[in-house]
Structure formats: structure tokens, C-alpha cells
Design a protein around this ligand. Structure first.
Ligand code: DAT
Ligand code: MG
Length: 151
């Protein structure tokens, strides 16, 4: 059983609509461990870096505008299988396709306003939380996460 790390980010609409507590609660109830948390205003440059694989997509400029439209809550979560499990808790990218009971299935309707990000692989989880991540460094999530490591 492998202990993974997932970068979870409550997007600006999730923060504005008051779902930070609800989202944290779902991950806590499942049994995962919160290793770092920061309220943060993401810059255009960091948003472009975070979503760089999607740069060629037609919706990319809107995605960057959305992510930078207000503060996000950046979190590092740890646990056995946390990356795959978080994706299940979050639900499909399109909230209308997401199953009821999932975060997006219960709380959102639009792909462009789907309230939460979760890492899509253990490798990307490590990358998004680690010192190679400009976002994690800029918001000091990396520092907080490392300080919270069990030694
Ligand atoms: P996910 O967030 O489920 O990992 P993704 O990595 O494919 O999905 O895309 C990142 C974000 O980009 C997604 O949460 C919302 C936005 N997005 C993806 N596909 C989109 C589309 N067809 N139209 C508008 N926004 C889209
Ligand atoms: Mg993704």
C-alpha cells in the first residue's frame, strides 16, 4: 500500500460559495491527512504554469481568468491511495456527468466552474506539491508541507 500525496485546490468559486469547510471535511472524514493549507491569490503566470499541459486548448485563456479571479485554497493531502481516491471524491471534470455524492456532482454544474482541482497521478501529486512547483513555492505550501512531515 503506497502513501501518496495529492495537491487539492479549492478554486475561486468554491471559496466564494463557502465550500472550503465542506471540502476539507470530506477529505478528513475519508481518513486522509492534511499536510499543508494556504489561502492564496494565484497570479496569471502561476495559473499558466499549473495548467501548462492545456495551453493549446481553446478554453485555456478562460481557465486562467477563472483560476485568478479570486483567492484559492491550496492544500497538500497525504494517505494510502489518496490521489485516486481524491479523484473519486471529486467526481468527473464536467459536474453534470459527476455522480451524486461526489463534490462536483453535489455542488457544481459547469465544467468552467467546477470548484476544485485534484492531482491526476501520484507523480503529478508530488510535482504539484514539491519544490519544483512554482505555485507551491509561491504560496509557501511547499514549506508548510515539509514542516508538517513526520520524521
Ligand atoms: P480535471 O480538473 O478534472 O483534472 P482537466 O485536467 O482535464 O480536468 O482540466 C483542467 C480544468 O480545465 C478543468 O477542471 C476545467 C477546465 N476544462 C477542462 N476541459 C474543459 C472544457 N472542455 N471546457 C472548459 N473548461 C474545461
Ligand atoms: Mg487535471
Amino acid at each position: 500500500e503506497q502513501v501518496d500525496e495529492s495537491y487539492i485546490m479549492v478554486k475561486p468559486d468554491g471559496v466564494q460559495r463557502g465550500f472550503v469547510g465542506e471540502i476539507i471535511s470530506r477529505f478528513e472524514r475519508k481518513g486522509f491527512k492534511l499536510k499543508g493549507l494556504k489561502l492564496f491569490q494565484c497570479s496569471k503566470e502561476l495559473a499558466e504554469e499549473h495548467y501548462k499541459e492545456l495551453k493549446a486548448k481553446p478554453f485555456f485563456p478562460k481557465l486562467v481568468d477563472y483560476i485568478t479571479s479570486g483567492p484559492v485554497v491550496c492544500m497538500a493531502w497525504e494517505g494510502v491511495g489518496v490521489v485516486a481516491s481524491a479523484r473519486k471524491l471529486i467526481g468527473s471534470t464536467d459536474p453534470l456527468q459527476a455522480e451524486p455524492g461526489t463534490i462536483r456532482g453535489d455542488l457544481a454544474v459547469q465544467t468552467g466552474r467546477n470548484i476544485i482541482h485534484g492531482s491526476d497521478s501520484p507523480e503529478n501529486g508530488k510535482r504539484e506539491i514539491g519544490c519544483g512547483s512554482t505555485m507551491a513555492l509561491a504560496c509557501q505550501l511547499y514549506v508548510i508541507h515539509v514542516l508538517n512531515r513526520d520524521h
